[in-house]
Design a protein around this ligand. Sequence first.
Ligand code: ATP
Length: 631
Amino acid sequence: MNKKKKSPVLWLYLLLFSILLISFLTNTGNKIPEISWLEFERDILSQNDVEKIEVINQSVALIYIKSEEGSGSEIKSLQDRFYGSASRPQYSIRLGSLENFEKKLDEAQKDFAPEDQVQIRYVDRFEWSAFLSWIMPLAFLFLIWIFILGRMTSRGRAGSMFNFTKSTAKLTTKETKSSITFDDVAGLKEAKTEIMEIVDFLKNPEHYTRLGAKIPKGVMLVGPPGTGKTLLAKAVAGEAQVPFFFLSGSEFVEMFVGVGASRVRDLFKQAKEHAPSIVFIDEIDAVGRARNRANVFQANDERENTLNQLLAELDGFGVNTGVIVLAATNRADILDKALLRPGRFDRHIYLELPSQKERMEIFKVHIRPLKLAADIDLENLSKLCPGFSGADIANICNEAALIAARKKSDKVCQADFMRARDRIVGGIERKNKITSAKEKEIIAYHEAGHAVSSWHLKHVDSLMKVSIIPRGKSLGSAWYLPEERQIVTKSQFIDQICASLGGRVAEEIVFGDVSSGALDDLEKVTKQAYNMVAYLGLDEEIGPISFYDSTGKNEQMLVKPYSEEMAQRIDREVHKLVTTAYERTRELLMEHRDELEALTRLLIKKEVVDKDDLEEIMGKRNTSLQGESVR
Ligand code: ATP
């Protein structure tokens, strides 16, 4: 029979309970009334009632009363009723100094007959109460410590406190197979093919080894957040018929020195025991960050030890041992180069944000559990969600269902999806946030300024609607349909900067005064301008120079990678770029002032203005101006 082992924590609780019990038993009903020397001398000693005195541990004198003499003492007769007679002490006196007590006793018995003189017996005894008074606080602190440790280790699922150096990986085997399969992963065709190949390596290694090929050891999944890296790995767990160890990089990191490294050792030991097997380390950047030679504060020693152990383990298992390590990160740029070299994570699978077609497929996966109305147009929906990741799409589907449920409708319709999209992009509508008419007017001019300027700028994305209903943190918004592009030209950047400045310019033209409402726009514009000048080499004066650092090491440095003079030149150029764009926008809006006024009036009346209204006021947008914008 498999006898379950009692956990050490349980033993500790039992010990504490026993101590409490003993203290209870030794204390209750045993309390001996304490009296002062004066009371003792006046009421007991002078009556010649004392049978004997015992001094315990030189600190307490126990007074035993003569049984046959008791009637003379009022107190004693009372005591007798409660405690019975002289086999146990009736009173105690706490001694300040033993010598003093002896002296006072001699003095008090000076006139007693020798046979009446009371002698002192000295006894040394183990005192439970004294023992408990120091053991209890210690035991209490110890239990709190165990409790905290237990909470920490249970977070890592390592079992009890005594095996927190063990790996915390979750093991999925054939029997406990993950329910996610490749069917649940939409799009990502190339990634799926590559990862299927890895599963095949493990299932049929002889296909490859007979030709002398070495099975790869490590595969790194790289891509922006929410693009399905974890999902893909879970699908591998579901599809591969081999044990699958799943853990997150942060699970190696503990506050105790050496725990990370020993967890890595344990993980690989277990993986080898279960070979052929797959290990998946999610968010590997938590341990795999580049080791910094100039680590002034020595704060990352533990992480570096863990990384070193990981590197050693990856080297340590020979080729074709049947263990493949998958890892995922969205910061491949900050990973240590040693981790990515051939022989370790040498295969890289890049997951991109989904294209429009892929978005449609992802929508199809996530609408499976929903009850849909007939008007759902997935193609349109996927077009209206450019730049959205798989996670965003999953979120939209869920949000749309919640919106429909809130309306108590029995089907989810297209409008619910659109509202869900707006809510995810812009935040929750807060209609009552703006209360004064003046503020509403300023916001309306501000948004109209963005709308009119972007309508007449060649390279700005299509404008879909303008709203002055506050959402999330913003007070109003202009909704664009961004083009799906991989590169951005200088003129596109400049047009975008002008459109972002449109709101501030409109306020200045109309009111001759400016407000704080342009903070977000100005922040965006300034960052964009610095990007153009210092990173992308798009400024003529600075030239094709980039101070961008893809390794991320510069972020930790306190000094800039350029001279003071260059810093001043960059600042000057950024200022010039933004002020030139500002003047250009002002001219544009002065030219179309009537449109600005008309759109503002409509916005104040309707709060949300869509594309048809915009066309009515400003005419059809000249499509030849707009490049290949998606409309
Ligand atoms: P992170 O880097 O932030 O950890 P990730 O790339 O690991 O992100 P996942 O956790 O895999 O992202 O994806 C989050 C959710 O997004 C998934 O649970 C899934 O619902 C949805 N999702 C992402 N990509 C896809 C896809 N290709 N097909 C279906 N659903 C997807």
